[in-house]
Design a protein around this ligand. Structure first.
Ligand code: GLP
Length: 246
């Protein structure tokens, strides 16, 4: 069952989710436990990352006990490529926090043996104790991470071919659309569903239709975000525009 939470704007949604993350980190670190966060890229989580940075700078929230696993990475892009998700995460979050570099995991777009790398990624996640909380955005075709339609409920971290709509939507970041990679490495649907909590953010009217589908359609691989209906603790954080069709 998915809970929906309507926020007056994306900043207040970001504040609410950042506060939940801060509370989780504080509770777990008090008892000496790490906090394992699943992180997303795209424009949607940017206000959340800005708020986490503010909490670190102004309220002394420490990320020393936090382990992070990013959802996905473009195939063929390394850390020094400005459109790689590794580059994005460093620029928009990690370099502004006190998180140790060894605590950060992002699929490696340059991995020579992608299948092996993806299996290792799953193993590292299991060794860390699984995800305490997963942040998600949503693609207009219903993808979560880069689980493009069709993505099965039991899919695991793997290489995937990007959908035409996704490549078009993400072309803005690349300038020249021919530069967009054909593939990506992504955590699977099953990987995401195993997170103990899932917080999905969606803002703006461009997401209204897919948000309504994710909440109302019968779960199926055709719209991978519908699989979240099976999660016991998933919240969609929306602004009024994204909630328009509900
Ligand atoms: C990207 C990412 C997703 C993200 C989605 C939406 O391609 N792989 O994790 O949620 O597309 O992006 P945005 O937040 O910019 O709308």
């Amino acid at each position: 069952m998915i809970h929906t939470r309507l926020h007056s704007n994306k900043q207040s949604a970001a504040q609410a989710v950042a506060r939940e993350i801060a509370d989780l980190i504080k509770i777990r670190s008090k008892s000496g436990k790490p906090t394992v966060l699943g992180l997303a890229t795209g424009s949607t989580p940017l206000p959340l990352y800005a708020e986490l940075i503010r909490l670190h700078r102004e309220e002394g929230l420490s990320f020393r006990s936090v382990l992070t696993f990013n959802l996905d990475e473009y195939e063929g892009l390394g850390a020094d490529h400005p459109q790689s998700y590794r580059f994005f995460m460093e620029a928009n979050l990690f370099r502004h926090l006190d998180i140790p570099a060894a605590n950060i995991r992002i699929p490696d777009g340059l991995a020579k043996d992608a299948a092996r790398h993806c299996a290792d990624y799953e193993a590292a996640l299991r060794d860390a104790g699984g995800l305490d909380l997963q942040i998600l955005g949503i693609g207009r075709n219903g993808h979560i991470g880069f689980n493009e339609p069709p993505s099965a409920i039991d899919s695991r971290t793997r290489r995937i071919t990007l959908d035409a709509l996704t490549r078009r939507d993400n072309a803005v970041f690349f300038g020249d659309s021919t530069q967009i990679p054909q593939g990506a490495l992504t955590m699977g649907v099953a990987t995401i569903l195993e997170a103990r909590r899932v917080e999905l953010l969606a803002f703006g009217e461009g997401k209204a239709e897919i948000v309504a589908r994710a909440l109302n359609e019968t779960p199926s691989a055709v719209c991978p975000a519908t699989w979240l209906q099976h999660h016991p603790a998933c919240t969609f954080h929306l602004d009024a525009a994204a909630a328009r069709d509900l």
